[in-house]
Design a protein around this ligand. Structure first.
Ligand code: CP3
Length: 357
């Protein structure tokens, strides 16, 4: 399809040459893979905890451009990662659709659950005004990043965001959303369609504000059987990617359908991301064979091995590096970094990845 053909963007050519992360996404080789970590701005950093203590309300923190920009930059200053990820949360979208979203200390997110088709119909139009501080954060970060550091924006995928909107909280198995989707597929489809539309508008606004790459997080894709995976994960993400590329044909997009396992080849065939985020459980030897060569692989060190450190860590890193030596790779974790992770283990990881061993 034409919308997947990328056109050069002359105004960016100069900076692209100096950003290894963008080079790999654009299909060029780098001596060693670029590296960033999911949740790299967060509680494992003492400087994050110090700033975080200044706001009781996590959403207020996300909507404070000075604080959010500073927290985005902290891991770049400390470690020199190849990409910064915007500091925000996937649940700003339900918030901007008028749902009540709160973060209780130590308990994670709480939303007023959507329990009926009428609740879904009653959601507001996406408020870009509500999200204005996010775009201001992007503007601030853009001007402060080192020349070689790429800038990633993001959103949650419709299925994962819907799972929080229906349950009103995080759940171990997303049972409330799965049940709702089986019992009331038409109403659930309306919710997914609203989230597809909102995500396209939101990602395009992030790109306009200055991010160079966007990642779509489908953290809970792994609980869906094949037919539901197609309908609630792959199809909505394909629509978002096509919708963003309609206005930005050269947009660089990373999809992270966590837990997609055997669905991955089909997922890529439907969605055509520039890179696929793999999770901890995927076998690197399988992925090197089965993921199309033009799709860059991002991942997928076990966050627990980074917490453990030592020989287990260096052996696991070496396995991932060697599996993808012949193709485009971005080094990352298979899910977010854990708050207990020692800083020294992150330093050792970066050193090993940049030594290429
Ligand atoms: O990666 C980054 O450094 C950028 C920031 C970022 C956050 N959340 C900050 C955050 C990103 C990309 C996210 C995405 C996100 N948020 C996801 C998808 C990725 C994943 O981890 O699966 C999901 C499912 C959420 C929803 C969410 N936000 C939960 C379940 C929680 C509570 C659990 C937890 O880790 O605390 C949050 C809160 C949150 N989002 C924190 C951070 C740094 C911790 C809040 C705090 O500091 O008090």
């Amino acid at each position: 399809m034409d919308c997947f053909v990328t056109a050069p963007r002359p105004s960016l050519e100069k900076t692209e040459k100096t950003k290894p992360f963008l080079s790999v996404l654009d299909g060029r080789k780098t001596a060693t893979p670029p590296i960033w970590l999911m949740r790299q701005a967060g509680r494992y950093l003492p400087e994050y905890r110090e700033l975080r203590a200044k706001s009781t309300n996590f959403l207020d923190f996300c909507y404070s451009p000075a604080l959010a920009a500073e927290v985005t930059l902290q891991p770049i200053r400390r470690f020199g990662f190849d990409a910064a990820i915007l500091f925000s949360d996937i649940l700003v979208i339900p918030d901007a659709l008028g749902q009540d979203v709160r973060f209780e200390a130590g308990e994670g997110p709480r939303l007023n659950p959507l329990t009926t088709a009428a609740d879904i119909e009653d959601l507001a139009e996406l408020s870009l005004d509500r999200l204005a501080p996010v775009f201001e954060t992007i503007d601030r970060v853009k001007g402060a990043l080192p020349a070689q550091t790429a800038f990633i924006g993001f959103c949650g995928a419709p299925w994962t965001v819907a799972s929080y909107m229906i349950a009103g909280r995080g759940t171990p198995d997303q049972a409330p959303a799965r049940l709702f989707a089986y019992r009331e597929p038409d109403a659930f489809q309306i919710l997914i369609d609203k989230l597809v539309e909102a995500s396209i508008v939101y990602l395009k606004a992030q790109i306009k504000a200055g991010v160079e790459v966007v990642q779509i997080f489908d953290s809970w894709a792994g609980v869906l059987p094949t037919a539901e995976f197609e309908r609630w994960c792959a199809l909505p993400i394909a629509q978002i990617i096509a919708g963003v590329r309609k206005d930005h044909p050269d947009a660089r997009i990373i999809a992270f359908p966590r837990g997609a396992t055997t669905h991955l080849p089909q997922f890529i065939a439907h969605t055509h991301p520039n890179a696929i985020g793999l999770d901890t459980a995927v076998d690197p030897a399988w992925a090197a064979q089965e993921i199309p060569r033009e799709t860059v692989i991002q991942g997928h060190l076990d966050p627990l091995v980074l917490l453990a450190g030592g020989k287990a860590q260096s052996a696991a890193v070496a396995r991932i590096l060697s599996a993808y030596r012949e193709r485009g790779q971005i080094f990352n974790l298979g899910h977010g970094i854990l708050p207990e992770t020692p800083i020294a283990h992150v330093e050792a990881l970066i050193e090993q990845v940049r030594s290429g061993a």
